[in-house]
Ligand binder design. Structure first.
Ligand SMILES: C[S@@+](CC[C@H](N)C(=O)[O-])C[C@H]1O[C@@H](n2cnc3c(N)ncnc32)[C@H](O)[C@@H]1O
Length: 271
């Protein structure tokens, strides 16, 4: 059974995860599940990249801010594909250091910078970015509306924000609520829908796309790979951490199969 995680627990879990993302095995699993090898901890797949680029309107004249960039997925890929200028931010530096190295390896160091920043207190001037992106970040933090407000403040007139996010369906039984806690993202539960939150934080939603089917497939594939390589992953990550991850993913598969966890992508412009 999962315990309720604190904000610090969640950060610690990401930092622990980033310790292993450059290993061959973890990269192979990531390639198999999401089609990339940047150390993804969100569920954005390589097949979703062109859609995100189109929705963000990225090109070499645009300046993009990514929140919760982790180890660089998908911000580095967006910068590589469009030649946009990108600022990748997150709380722990551990992931950003990996992203920074990868940017240099991929010849993106002129285009990409990294900075430690909280999504709910962005240290950037008002209206400084053309595009704002975050991938499954709002379901990893409690202060969702504060983050949406900060994104609104930092986006330039004529700019936009795009983000996928995971959330549970409403009116869940106690059993299903527990399954969401055990298998869903750490702060997945919401009191209001994302369209309502967008409307209340100064945004006009222009697109809502259901990505649940792809997410369900990715979860099932991840679960399969974690089981297939359980011995190797125990050795790499330690038995306790690897077993906890297997258990969480197995619960996530149960939740997606029951249709109680969804993943949607939103595009919004300043209202
Ligand atoms: C699901 S991961 C996504 C990482 C990466 N973008 C990817 O797609 O693989 C969520 C990220 O949000 C970050 N995060 C959590 N709370 C945050 C906050 N308050 N401000 C900024 N980033 C935060 C975490 O550190 C983590 O790297």
């Amino acid at each position: 059974m999962n315990k309720l995680l604190s904000v610090q627990d969640v950060q610690d879990r990401f930092v622990e995860r980033y310790r292993h993302v450059e290993s061959d095995l973890v990269r192979d699993i990531e390639r198999c599940v999401c089609g990339c090898d940047y150390g993804a901890s969100s569920w954005t797949t390589v097949d979703e990249i062109q859609l995100i680029i189109a929705l963000l309107g990225l090109n070499e004249d645009k300046y993009m801010l990514e929140l919760g960039a982790g180890t660089g997925w998908p911000g580095l890929k967006l910068a590589e594909q469009t030649a946009c200028q990108a600022l990748l931010t997150d709380l722990p530096l551990d992931g950003l250091e990996i992203a920074h190295r990868r940017a240099a390896t991929d010849g993106l160091d002129e285009k990409v910078a990294v900075a430690s920043a909280s999504g709910s207190l962005l240290p950037f001037p008002t209206a400084s970015f053309d595009a704002v992106f975050h991938s499954d970040v709002l379901c990893c933090l409690p202060e969702k509306k504060e983050v949406l407000e900060e994104c609104r403040r930092c986006v330039a007139p004529g700019g936009c924000m795009v983000f996928p996010v995971i959330f549970p369906t409403t009116n869940l039984s106690a059993e299903d609520q527990q399954l969401v806690l055990d298998g869903g993202p750490p702060f997945g539960e919401i009191e209001q829908s994302y369209p309502d939150m967008l409307a209340q934080t100064g945004w006009e939603m222009t697109k809502q796309i259901d990505l649940t089917d792809q997410f369900t497939q990715s979860m099932a594939l991840m679960d399969k790979k974690l089981t297939q390589y359980s011995g190797e992953l125990d050795n790499l990550k330690g038995q306790e951490i690897a077993a906890e991850e297997r258990c969480r993913r197995a619960n996530a598969v149960r939740a997606t199969v029951r249709g109680i966890l969804r993943r949607e992508l939103y595009r919004a412009i300043p209202a």
